[in-house]
Design a protein around this ligand. Structure first.
Ligand code: ATP
Ligand code: MG
Length: 245
């Protein structure tokens, strides 16, 4: 679906912050780009959304070369960004945000407001509230709902659980996992591999602007589970050492 080759990106008048990144998303699903603060996750997502232009390398979406495209072209092709920090308008209401995020011309399989409220029932009672009055979790739901309104097939979710209590973060990640069944592939930037392993099908690790590697998280989860069960079983044997897993 998405093929990134040798991507190098710099901010205006600055040195490159992404260095020769090569990354493939071969299937629909939930994918994660993981790395510490300043690794380049946001830079990568903004480049895919057309907000930054690479100085080297290529980006292909479904076989089309989209390197350096304009944000409008990205939106028309079905790429939407749910930005880090949410970037909502504090004085606008939920319903106003959803009205402003109109489906992009040329994309007709848009999510209606009714469909969004089925997916985010917490927002239904908050439609007339200003976003400054919403909880962090509700603001994050609105950020994702606003992005879905443009009918994406690739949702770039930048730190969707940042600043949220664990129980609310779980709601958000559970929701992201449902999106592939609705035809939306997710690429989420996450700070921790643990969360990524829980929700993503593949995980791509980035540090200092370089891709360090990628893994199929099902294999990781299966391996961890197998070792856990083996150790638990050994711990059940008479005379075997117990373990604290
Ligand atoms: N607007 C900007 N102008 C110049 N440099 C920037 C700008 N935004 C980010 N950078 C630099 O680019 C590098 C990558 O930053 P980026 O925001 O992509 O990292 P990140 O992985 O998203 O980090 P975080 O986990 O803190 O969100 C950092 O060194 C950062 O200082
Ligand atoms: Mg970031």
């Amino acid at each position: 679906m998405l093929r990134i080759r040798d991507l190098t990106v710099a901010y205006p008048h600055g040195a490159p912050v992404l260095h020769h990144v090569t990354l493939n998303l071969d299937s629909a699903g939930v994918h994660a780009v993981v790395g510490p603060n300043g690794a380049g996750k946001t830079t990568l997502l903004h480049t895919l959304a057309g907000h930054l232009h690479p100085s080297g390398g290529t980006i292909h979406l479904d076989g089309h070369d989209v390197t350096g495209w304009h944000p409008t072209a990205a939106a028309r092709a079905g790429v939407a960004l749910a930005p880090q920090g949410r970037r909502l308008w504090p004085s606008l209401t939920v319903v106003e945000h959803l009205a402003l995020a109109r489906p992009v011309a040329g994309r007709d399989e848009a999510w209606t407001v009714e469909e969004l409220l089925d997916t985010f029932p917490q927002l239904a009672d908050r439609m007339q509230h200003r976003t400054s009055q919403l909880s962090g979790g509700e603001q994050q739901m609105l950020t994702i709902a606003r992005a879905l309104r443009t009918a994406p097939r690739l949702l770039l979710a930048d730190e969707p659980t940042e600043g949220l209590a664990p129980i609310v973060a779980d709601q958000i990640t559970t929701l992201l996992r449902t999106l592939p069944d609705r035809g939306v592939t997710v690429l989420a930037a996450l700070p921790h591999a643990g969360v990524a392993a829980m929700i993503a099908d593949t995980m791509h690790v980035i540090a200092s602007g370089q891709l360090l590697g990628h893994t199929d998280t099902h294999a990781v989860a299966t391996d961890v589970m197998r070792r856990h069960l083996t150790l638990t079983h050994l711990g059940d044997e008479p005379g075997s050492p117990t373990n604290d897993l």
